[in-house]
Design a protein around this ligand. Structure first.
Ligand code: SF4
Ligand code: SF4
Length: 349
């Protein structure tokens, strides 16, 4: 895992052009340069050069960053702010008892006990023999029987080694030790299967599993999301009942084209694109109670765009986005994970 000082050259390559300001959802609300890459890099350079001390105030700015990556796409120097902010968080993590306490709580109760209970409640599916075998990574939501059924329909056998969390909540908090624990456990379980192809339905899990290649010697594996398989095989689905939907694109989603193809080719499904469909949902703000004012602006805007689309259902493809959209829907629309919606979401409609 890289330290903040390892990013010195990258941070130095920031030309201060300010293009990141034009796309950063948080800067648009705060107007404060410390909440966008440019200002954060100036502060962090000060920390690296020992001119500034890592502090609660700097940590607050780091926490406001959504890690959405919108600035990276526009940055002429292509600076990846997510890894830099995580390495800066790791500096703060080392000196903060509170951060350690929260991380421990998350590990034991939220992503430990909570996920175990959820997985226990989910129905296990027995695989038959198929042409191809993949390993299914369900993440915090657990492995879903309906996803397995869908993959089976594509003639793919699915193995479920009972994985834990991908570790992304700990990476962005700067708790690199816990993140590495999750990564190592993942590889232990993967090696035991002898399979190198992994499928997931969550965009954030997909991105994190791919990112392991940066931090580990294990690199001979491939991660895909379930939508790539559907598109590859051109599987056309039919809903039981006509529905008008819109879609929120998670920041971490790599293949929106496949999803758009599915939305446009599923029978009985009318897809309408909402304004700013790819703007971050603001998930990062759920736990920042003290910053509610800033994040409530983001949630308000997203809610208005969903309502204006005229759809009563919003779909997404990331467990975090799903939770965030649900929490702030105020009962104005329903939120589903796209796979859940396609495979079983309409059963009780
Ligand atoms: S867009 Fe990139 S180079 Fe320009 S100010 Fe922002 S971080 Fe620096
Ligand atoms: S990652 Fe997103 S929230 Fe963070 S600085 Fe870049 S655009 Fe702003």
């Amino acid at each position: 895992m890289k330290s903040l000082a390892d990013f010195d050259n990258q941070i130095h390559s920031c030309s201060k052009c300010g293009l990141c300001q034009s796309v950063c959802p948080i800067y648009k609300i705060t107007g404060n340069d410390c909440t966008v890459s440019r200002g954060q890099f100036i502060m962090l350079r000060g920390v690296i050069k020992n001119k500034l001390k890592m502090s609660k105030t700097i940590n607050r700015y780091l926490d406001l960053c959504l890690k959405c990556g919108a600035c990276t796409k526009f940055c002429p120097s292509g600076i990846d702010v997510v890894d830099i902010v995580a390495s800066a968080k790791a500096e703060y993590f080392k000196m903060s008892k509170l951060e350690k306490l929260i991380s421990r709580f998350q590990k034991v109760f939220v992503f430990g006990l909570g996920v175990r209970v959820l997985k226990f409640l989910k129905q296990k599916h027995k695989s038959k023999n198929f042409d191809k075998k993949v390993v299914y990574f369900g993440g915090c939501k657990g492995e879903d029987a309906s996803v397995i059924k869908l993959l089976n329909a594509l003639n793919i056998e699915v193995i479920t080694p009972d994985f834990d969390c991908c570790g992304i909540p700990f990476y962005v908090r700067g708790d690199f030790e816990t993140f590495k624990d999750y990564m190592n456990k993942f590889f232990e379980k993967l090696q035991a299967t002898g399979i190198r192809e992994i499928v997931t339905t969550c965009a954030s899990c997909e991105k994190t599993l791919k990112s392991y290649k940066k931090w580990s010697v294990n690199s001979d594996y491939e991660v895909k999301n379930v939508y790539e398989y559907i598109r590859e095989k051109e599987l056309k689905l039919t809903l039981k009942k006509a529905q008008k939907v819109t879609f929120h694109k998670p920041c971490n989603l790599s293949n929106f084209d496949d999803i758009r193809w599915i939305l446009e080719n599923t029978k009985n499904l009318e897809y309408v694109e909402m304004q700013d469909y790819e703007k971050c949902c603001g998930l990062n703000g759920i736990t920042k109670i003290g910053e509610y004012k800033i994040f409530s602006e983001l949630f308000k805007e997203k809610r208005a765009n969903i309502i204006d689309s005229g759809a009563k259902v919003v779909l997404t493809a990331c467990a975090g986005c799903e939770a965030s959209l649900k929490l702030f829907s105020l009962g104005k629309y329903k939120v589903y994970d796209l796979t859940d919606f396609l495979t079983k979401g309409l059963k009780n409609e």
